[in-house]
Design a protein around this ligand. Structure first.
Ligand code: KG4
Ligand code: ZN
Length: 333
């Protein structure tokens, strides 16, 4: 079974062809990072316009790389939410048009489900049930994943997403967009204990996250001391990153213990963070029988292959979307 998936929820125009929900035959990602960099973040209108330009070339490229024609496809899957409405609409309209022209069934996929199941494309795919930590530019959520299509939301951020905390922090420090990547790189030379940032505690809901206080603490620090250079900047990056990572790892393992889940799967762009990956592995080593799945970075950041994995399972369950399919920017998983 071959599924073509299209993903345009944020600033990556992506198309992929995945076989049997496991093997990626083509995984094409056209990133707009250079376009948004000069504005210091994603500009929604620019994202939509560039998706319009890129979406068909990216689909053509995926078919070419997979060496298949439209006839070989069993269905088309598309991200219809959550995300930027104008960006989502481009992918949804393209997928609907192709499904109609090629007479293929269409299935809609939740972007977060895509992240949660991306690890099934890795060499050591996880098995259900597992605890999924989805950490991206727009989301920070903990899910108990019990099977395809069976997810329980356990906790989420009350304000900024972890990726937003990285990106806004990077912007404050004058680093290039996306801040997460820049902070990760600089932090490697820094001391994570140099500056003590406040712990992100949310009263009452102990599996929820909050990162806005941390961002304010960084702002106050910079107002007081200025933006340092050299080793000072590396220390600041390492300390700020450490505060984000500490909150993520602590809550993920708390949730895993509470639900007696012995597998943790990291997902989303922030799961590419080298410190988060190392800290999750180190923490798992403290618990008997606990394992951590770290998908390759390419599967963590936005891509369409993960949408194809979720789309394949939705297709097998008999889910279909019709020509009335619309973007659903706030679709909750
Ligand atoms: O999943 P993703 O590609 O797009 C969204 O759905 O948001 O995640 C993008 C986010 C950005 O905030 C970016 O700064 C962050 O992932 N990111 C990282 C790293 N690589 C990407 N954050 C920290 N460390 C990284 N190495
Ligand atoms: Zn994403």
């Amino acid at each position: 079974m071959k599924i073509l998936a299209i993903e345009t929820s944020c600033d990556e125009t992506a198309a992929a062809i995945v076989e049997d929900g496991r093997r990626s035959l083509a995984d094409v990602v056209s990133t707009q990072i250079e376009i948004h960099r000069r504005w210091g973040g994603v500009v929604p209108e620019l994202a939509s316009r560039n998706h319009v330009v890129q979406v068909m070339p990216v689909v053509d490229e995926a078919l070419a790389r997979a060496g298949v024609g439209p006839d070989a496809l069993d269905a088309i899957a598309v991200t219809s939410g959550p995300g930027l409405v104008g960006a989502l609409l481009v992918g949804v309209q393209a997928a609907k048009a192709l499904a109609a022209a090629w007479e293929k069934p269409l299935v809609r996929v939740n972007h977060l489900e895509g992240h949660l199941v991306a690890a099934f494309l890795s060499e050591a795919p996880p098995t259900f049930p597992y605890l999924g930590l989805v950490v991206s530019g727009g989301h920070t959520s903990l899910y108990a994943a019990r099977g395809f299509g069976d997810y329980q939301l356990l906790g989420q951020t009350r304000d900024d997403a972890a990726g937003e905390a990285f990106d806004k922090g990077g912007k404050l420090l004058g680093l290039p967009y996306p801040g997460g990547v820049a902070i990760d790189r600089l932090a490697k030379e820094g001391d994570p204990a140099a500056i003590r940032f406040p712990k992100a505690i949310v009263k009452g809901a102990d599996l929820d996250f909050s990162f806005s206080g941390l961002k304010t603490a960084l702002l106050l620090h910079v107002k007081k001391h200025g933006v340092p250079e050299g080793k000072g900047l590396a220390d600041l990056c390492a300390s700020y990153q450490e505060a984000i990572v500490r909150a993520l790892v602590e809550k993920a393992f708390r949730a895993a213990r509470r639900l007696q889940l012995d597998r943790l799967v990291l997902a989303g762009g922030v799961a590419a963070n080298s410190r988060l990956r190392a800290a999750a592995v180190a923490k798992a080593a403290e618990y008997e029988g606990m394992s951590v799945s770290l998908p390759p970075v390419r599967l963590c950041t936005d891509n369409a292959a993960m949408i194809a994995v979720a789309g394949t399972q939705a297709f097998l369950r008999g889910e279909r979307a019709g020509p009335e399919l619309n973007a659903d920017p706030a679709w909750r998983l």
